[in-house]
Every structure is written in structure tokens, then in C-alpha cells.
Design a protein around this ligand. Structure first.
Ligand code: SF4
Ligand code: SF4
Length: 256
């Protein structure tokens, strides 16, 4: 067997839950370590290589000036770069602050001691700053999807995510539709791949995997409006995980 591809795993602004999910793949960890050599992972290793890497997995959104430079360096030193988790793919929960005035927020949190902060006005996904070869969405990223992605990349393939909505997986599981119960489910506009995790447990889809390709925001808007959702509720649903991506202009075009 030839030399195993080297891997770096990196965290940016987020909760580090996707990296924790990688730590939690006990069942597949030995399989993964048989395929790749993880040379850099600050969360899990005491000694870390400065690169280069064949594959970089990048978690978290880009929220600071210093993170722009850091992600560019990782990109320059990596053969393939994969964004993992909603923060890295769509801005995620941190990007909710794109709706607020960052200068006011700085003062609210730090008072007159804001000089050391290098936060950007807008929090963006990784693809806003560097070329991304593949994205594994979700909050957190699905660990089975991560394992499948490593297996695919190790044999020279690009990881695939579904091009259909959570509703498809929900119907396959024969769940009762929550929209019919008057609940505000984002399944129709959210990309599948989680096996309809939330609706299968009676909870509405919150849209953590981001918009499905060719999403019809207008149709979802009408469904939620007909169910009695207020503009604030619809806005919160549409922008919760995706305040920095295509969802934002689509939302602004809607007329209440
Ligand atoms: S419960 Fe949600 S995900 Fe399931 S079919 Fe209804 S709208 Fe779609
Ligand atoms: S059902 Fe929706 S919110 Fe739940 S894991 Fe899947 S995409 Fe995320």
C-alpha cells in the first residue's frame, strides 16, 4: 500500500461540535486511520505538523481578520479542502449576528475595551474566502457523512450530498407530516442527508443543513404564512443557519 494521504483538521469560529463528532466516531475510527494519516488536529493531538496536507477539513465560520489569513494559508498548503458543518458551509449560528450592528454588540459585551477585537462586520462561510472542494453541511455535521467523505476522498472521489429535500427522507420513513399538524417545518427547503433526524423524533426541521438546490423559498414562505407564522418567525426560520448565504437575498425579496 502506498503512502496514506495526510489530513489536517482545523477549527474556526463555531462551537467545535463537528470536531467532537469526529472524535465520537469510535466505530469507524480505526477504518479512518487505516485510510489517512491525521498529521494536524489541535483538538486531539499534542504534536501537530505545520503542513502541507493532502486533505484539510475546516470547521467553523470566518469571523475575524486573522481567520481570513489563516484559512488562506491552509488552502495554499492543502490539496483538497472540505468545509464541515453549517458554520463552515453557510455561516451557521455565528452568522446570526450578521443581522445586528457589530459595533453596538462589541460595546455591549466588552464595554470600552474593544481595541483588541479583530471581528469582521459580516461572518461568512469558508467558501467566501477560499476555494472549497466539498461541503458536508449540518449542525453538527453528520458523522456517517464524514466517514463516507473520507472513504470517497481516499480513493480519489468527491463526496456527494443529496440534491433532494429532508421531506424525501421523511416520507421514506413514513413519518406523519408536521406541517399538517400546523408546525413550522423547514423540511421542504432543506437539503437531505440526516435521514430526517428531527421530524422522525417529532421535532420540526430547523434547516441546519442549508437550502436544497433550486430551493423554492416562495412556496415555503406561503406554507408558513398560511400556517399563521409571523414575519419574525419566518425570518428566524429562514436565516437561522444561513444568514450569510443565498437565503438572505431570497428572504429580502419576499413581501409580507
Ligand atoms: S414533517 Fe417536515 S420534513 Fe417531514 S414531510 Fe413534513 S415538512 Fe417534510
Ligand atoms: S431534520 Fe433538519 S434540523 Fe434536523 S438534522 Fe436534519 S436538516 Fe438538521
Amino acid at each position: 500500500m502506498g503512502k496514506k494521504p495526510t489530513v489536517g483538521i482545523f477549527g474556526f469560529t463555531g462551537c467545535a461540535g463537528c470536531q467532537l463528532n469526529i472524535l465520537n466516531i469510535e466505530d469507524h475510527l480505526l477504518d479512518i486511520l487505516g485510510l489517512v494519516d491525521i498529521t494536524t488536529w489541535a483538538m486531539a493531538k499534542a504534536e501537530n505538523s505545520p503542513g502541507p496536507w493532502d486533505i484539510a477539513f475546516v470547521e467553523g465560520s470566518i469571523a475575524k481578520e486573522s481567520e481570513i489569513e489563516r484559512v488562506k494559508k491552509i488552502r495554499e498548503n492543502s490539496g483538497i479542502l472540505v468545509a464541515i458543518g453549517a458554520c463552515a458551509t453557510h455561516g451557521g449560528l455565528p452568522a446570526m449576528r450578521n443581522q445586528r450592528n457589530v459595533e453596538e454588540m462589541k460595546v455591549t459585551v466588552y464595554g470600552d475595551k474593544t481595541g483588541h477585537l479583530d471581528v469582521l462586520d459580516q461572518i461568512m462561510p469558508v467558501s467566501h474566502y477560499v476555494k472549497v472542494d466539498a461541503e458536508l453541511p449540518g449542525c453538527p455535521m453528520d458523522k456517517n457523512e464524514f466517514v463516507a467523505a473520507v472513504q470517497a476522498i481516499a480513493v480519489g472521489k468527491t463526496p456527494k450530498i443529496p440534491n433532494y429535500s429532508v421531506c424525501y427522507e421523511c416520507k421514506i420513513r413514513e413519518n406523519a407530516c408536521l406541517l399538517k399538524e400546523g408546525k413550522f417545518c423547514m423540511g421542504p427547503v432543506t437539503v437531505a442527508g440526516c435521514d430526517a433526524l428531527c421530524p422522525s423524533r417529532g421535532a420540526t426541521c430547523e434547516g441546519c443543513r442549508g437550502p436544497v438546490a433550486q430551493v423554492n423559498w416562495g412556496a415555503e414562505f406561503k406554507i408558513l404564512k398560511d400556517l399563521g407564522a409571523t414575519p419574525e418567525e419566518i425570518k428566524r426560520r429562514f436565516l437561522k443557519y444561513c444568514s450569510s448565504t443565498a437565503t438572505m437575498p431570497a428572504f429580502q425579496e419576499l413581501s409580507f
